[in-house]
Design a protein around this ligand. Sequence first.
Ligand SMILES: CC(C)(COP(=O)(O)OP(=O)(O)OC[C@H]1O[C@@H](n2cnc3c(N)ncnc32)[C@H](O)[C@@H]1OP(=O)(O)O)[C@@H](O)C(=O)NCCC(=O)NCCS
Length: 171
Amino acid sequence: MTITEIRSLDDPRVLAGLWALLEDSVNGGASVGFHPPLGAPANAAYWAGVAEQVKSGATVLLAAGNDDGELVGTVQLALCPKQNGPHRAEVQKLLVHSAHRRRGLGRRLLAAAEERARALGRTLLVLDTLEGREAVPLYLGAGWIEVGRIPGYTVEADGSRHATVVFYKPL
Ligand SMILES: CC(C)(COP(=O)(O)OP(=O)(O)OC[C@H]1O[C@@H](n2cnc3c(N)ncnc32)[C@H](O)[C@@H]1OP(=O)(O)O)[C@@H](O)C(=O)NCCC(=O)NCCS
């Protein structure tokens, strides 16, 4: 598995791989901003936005590919554009395809995002993730510090509300 930085989403194969990763996670029940089932228009609109951010340099997009060139995981680093935040970034959309989980890829993608952040002089990272989900032990195991939880942060399709856990990591 190779992790590389995606600098353009113009390649239809790359775009299709990213679409598939988001669809797999959302439809598998992950709380990553969308309700299942994830429709093609919402998926396309999301990645069109990411393409713009990548193009402008506001977002660093990493993806893990297997030997066949198939994308099996991804993560983003949103670089804070504020004058008081040139040292900050937010880790977003850490997704590993459900067929490739529990083999250390999520941990590797997170480490790659941290390494890229460090290289860009971003020495303070933040993120949040749904309470009780599998990502929480991943972040704790990678040395992230839990700030606390925000109750009722997300609302699911059935109307239920869920807390998010906020983390940070100084690099
Ligand atoms: C969260 C996610 C990225 C983890 O990817 P992964 O490749 O399976 O993670 P890893 O194999 O690197 O696991 C690293 C650690 O995370 C924890 N972890 C991962 N999956 C877990 C699970 N299902 N249950 C409990 N702990 C889990 C474990 O501590 C694990 O270490 P271990 O295998 O040595 O016990 C993946 O489950 C995923 O894509 N989920 C859907 C999207 C999502 O929720 N993303 C997070 C948004 S913030």
